[in-house]
Design a protein around this ligand. Structure first.
Ligand code: PLP
Length: 439
């Protein structure tokens, strides 16, 4: 057994291997709300917590047809190991998908990965040494931050408002961290319909953020799973459409087709692409040939753009149900009104704690994700991420009504024990975000 001091949260005394885990596993602690989410998956609970796409909106016959054709015509290829970079035909088709966001590229620079989650892990593995810094919007995607932490990076947050990341905050963070002698390895951003805040980085800010990154020699990691799922006008073109050498772009079929395939990709500057392929091979040998060929067949033979349109319709209806219910049941609170994607970011009065409130919510049969999950520094205490992607519009209304009961119950409780009188006169707002203006 190792004499190394065990990482604080990597195991417990019932685990005979407790002392042997690598230091980096300290970042792999299960979240405190995980157990509650097991309860929240019961059918009677309306879950506004997960980010599961509405796969029922994808006609399964389309997938079955593609799968049958692949197995009949290319069965032995589909069942075999493939290239570590991904199926060439699919990489060409990915160029068409990215062209919808203004990106021009070569299939040579595309690396297919096991979901964009795996691309995030590979990029982190390539760039992060313990103690390095990743800059990310505050709030940011929880499972990206889990990866950053597991490679012992420090995540520092760049503030956001209704138009996405605030360039001034980016400048300040860079100056502060450089003065401390920190190595900033990359800026992680979800510019369109951000997870969890739902906001979109404006065009002017996209240019400014790229300029700041360039001036400071900071690589940009652009994660864009939701860009095609807009409800009205599309978001501004991708950062990668403007800057090729300083941006790694991540895409996925999880939201525009189905996450079960586990197919995403990275588009990287040439030199980085080479290392990504080697890292991909080291991790999985090759991404699934079976999944890639089915997706390639699907893109080739089915009107996939029309299917993306259908998804947009489904999510638009659900978003409207959520905003309608919030307006009706929680009119005194603030929330973002996204023009695409899956998420609304709700701000509670400053004296409420959304994590503490969660057990009560689950008891009232509604679940959400507390805001603290999306910050590396304890922020988001009075925020909630609400997902509208999975439940039906009716369930969303029921869920928000239940949430109203929970919040009112908390307020009643606080009022009962507060010496300062009615609390709704002191509603505090720390994330003021009117609907993003994307015109
Ligand atoms: C911002 C963001 N990035 C990456 C992912 C991972 O997606 P996948 O691995 O399914 O492509 C998600 C999934 O919800 C996400 O929201």
């Amino acid at each position: 057994m190792s004499s190394q001091k065990p990482p604080s949260s990597a195991g417990n005394n019932l685990d005979p291997w407790y002392a042997n885990y690598a230091e980096r596993t300290a970042g792999l602690a299960a979240s405190e709300v995980r157990a509650l989410f097991a309860v929240a998956s019961r059918p009677e609970v309306v879950s506004l917590a997960g980010g599961m796409p509405a796969v029922s909106a994808l006609p399964q016959e389309l997938v079955i047809e593609s799968m049958n054709r692949v197995m009949r015509e290319q069965g032995s290829v589909a069942l075999q190991y493939g290239s570590g970079q991904g199926v060439p035909a699919l990489r060409e088709q990915i160029l068409d998908v990215m062209a919808m966001e203004g990106i021009k590229a070569s299939a040579d620079d595309v690396v297919v990965t096991t979901g964009s989650q795996h691309a995030l892990e590979l990029v982190t593995k390539l760039f992060i040494d313990p103690g390095d810094v990743v800059l990310a919007e505050g709030p940011s995607y929880v499972t990206a931050m889990v990866i950053f932490r597991s490679f012992q990076a420090e995540t520092h947050h760049v503030a956001m408002d209704a138009h996405g990341m605030i360039p001034e905050s980016l400048r300040e963070n860079i100056a502060r961290l450089k003065a401390l002698g920190k190595k900033i390895k990359f800026l992680y951003t979800i510019p369109s319909f951000q997870n969890p805040a739902g906001v979109t980085l404006s065009w002017e800010r996209r240019l400014e953020v790229l300029q700041i990154a360039k001036e400071n020699g900071i690589l940009v990691l652009e994660d864009n799973p939701y860009g095609l799922l807009h409800f009205d006008a599309p978001p501004p073109p991708a950062l990668r459409s403007v800057e090729q050498e300083g941006v790694i772009y991540l895409g996925t079929f999880s939201k525009t087709l189905a996450p079960g395939f586990r197919v995403g990709w990275a588009l990287a500057p040439h030199a980085i692409r080479e290392k990504l392929i080697l890292a991909n091979e080291a991790a999985v040998l090759s991404p699934s040939s079976f999944s890639q060929l089915i997706i390639s067949e699907y893109l080739d033979t089915i009107d996939w753009r029309a299917q993306v349109d259908r998804f947009r319709g489904v999510y638009r209806e659900r978003k409207e149900a959520m905003i309608g219910a919030l307006t009706e049941y929680l009119p005194n609170l603030e929330w973002t009104d996204p023009n695409g994607g899956f998420y609304v970011w709700l701000t509670l009065p400053a004296y409420l704690d959304s994590k503490q409130m969660l057990p009560r919510a689950v008891k009232e049969l509604v679940a959400y994700t507390p805001g603290t999950a999306f910050y590396a520094d304890g922020g988001g205490r009075n925020n909630i991420r609400l997902s509208f992607c999975y439940p039906t519009p009716e369930a969303i209304r029921v869920g928000i009504r239940r949430l109203q009961n929970v919040i009112n119950g908390e307020l009643d409780l606080l009022e009962t024990f507060s010496a300062t009188g009615p609390l709704d006169t002191v509603r505090d707002r720390n994330f003021s975000a009117p609907p993003p203006n994307l015109d």
